[in-house]
Design a protein around this ligand. Sequence first.
Ligand code: UN1
Length: 551
Amino acid sequence: MEGIELDCIMVHVLEAGLTFLEANNPKNRPSVKGFNIIDGQLAESSDGATFESRNPALLSDVLGAFPLSTKDDVSAALDAAHAAFPSWSATPAPTRGQIIGNMGRLLMEHKDDLVRLQAREIGKTLKECGGEIQEAIDTCLFFQSEGRRLYGQTVNSELPDKELFTYRRPLGVCGIINACNFPSAVPFWKMIPAIMCGNTCVWKSPQDSPLLSFALARIMHQAGLPDGVINLVHGKGSGAGQHIINAVDEGRVNKISFTGSTAVGKMIGEVCGRNLVSCSLELGGKNPLVIMPSANLENAVEGAYWAGFGTAGQRCTSLGNLIIHKDIYDEFVAKLMDKVHSTRIGDSLEHEGVLYGSMLSEKYAKDFLEVIQICEEDGATKLYGQGRITSDNKPSGFVGTAEEGVFMWPHVYAGVTEDMRCFHEEMFGPAITLVKADDFDHALHLANASPYGLSSAIYTNERLEAYRFKTGIKAGMTGINNSTTGAEAHLPFGGVKGSGNGTRESGIWVIEAYSYWHAVNDELSGKLQLAQMDVDEIEMVEAEVRWDELV
Ligand code: UN1
């Protein structure tokens, strides 16, 4: 295609069988006709319907058209996953680990291109996309070697000539549904341990990142993954994703792993619950960050600012309520606002040094503008922020042409109290609420007062306060003198309360979510020995010491 700049990953994606659509954007970037991958084969939707993927930082840039998968397409993907299960689950775990290791090495090889593709498709900064692809790589490297462990135990029997063992067994076919804000790390958090344990998957890509998902799925196959082990279906949440959930009721899905909103997570939990199917639910957050007087305030400002506005606030771990001790409130807020005023915002593919880029899509922008209304309705005081950035309404740090993408001002609301709705509602975007605390106990109370329990953080140099926060907070994750975001690939990730059902992603802990324990007893005695009944009772020896004579 003359005149079109093709980066490596595009060449790779095209070699995989994609075809060009007419590229019609100011940057002359390639646009493709995308496919599902079912049983290793490229497939269109059964009725030919498609949807577009657009760059939210440059709306005229269309990455491609992708199948709007139907019930039949999802059904075909489930069939393929079921058909692949017997041989994949019987493949030795170290071999499965080796394929996962190959995936990690291919991601390293194509990292720069994947980073650019991800930035182009969801508008996140290059720096953050780099961190995220690295997290996918780290996940592969961790689970490559887990393939050589995946330990069970030998357990002593209470009967002679008998051995007991435990084995980890795969669950079967997993439905994987993730959000587009972490479109590479999060599906890898889910599918890499899933396949390492011997499961097969049907992956519904996020509707706002189908091309990146396609590239990742191709890389997984290039790494040596047999056909049918991971099947990719594109579509919109209420379509393909819902078809996967409906298949739980039909007994065709053995596990659902979902990252997204609490409302959808509860619905999935209900469907899985009535079918006794295991589900991993990673849901919303209203993550508190507490600033105490002993904190290093410069450091705390950096942490709060990054937690609130990095990724344009579109992480489930982003800062929600910033809880500041009254004695340092004014000083801290002044320092924070200096930073907020200087925020550089723009398309990182075009401009260097931006803190955040566009919203993930128009839909995220619309939802965000709606939810921040609550702050105004509640009577919170707006310190900064004027909604969507336009040429006539832009902060001084904005770079680029606002109308080309979906960019938001950073928003800060003060005077927020526990009785306000905006204290409790997640606002997925660049907005934080400031809450004043009287003392440590009050701050801890406030940190626990929202319906969520995902991440949390405290800045303090009092060790006892840090200890009391760590033991008193009800959350899946806590940062001490650190921001609320930034999970490492081998620490358990997940929440409590409205943030999830207690399952965890990452590290050794996630293995529990994709396997069940199988207890096996091997009777070698050649006769029937009954546990609990044929066990010899050991008589206690008569006491020789008269303890009563010693007093
Ligand atoms: C999410 O927003 O769904 O720790 C996941 C973090 C990220 C993961 C966020 N690595 O903030």
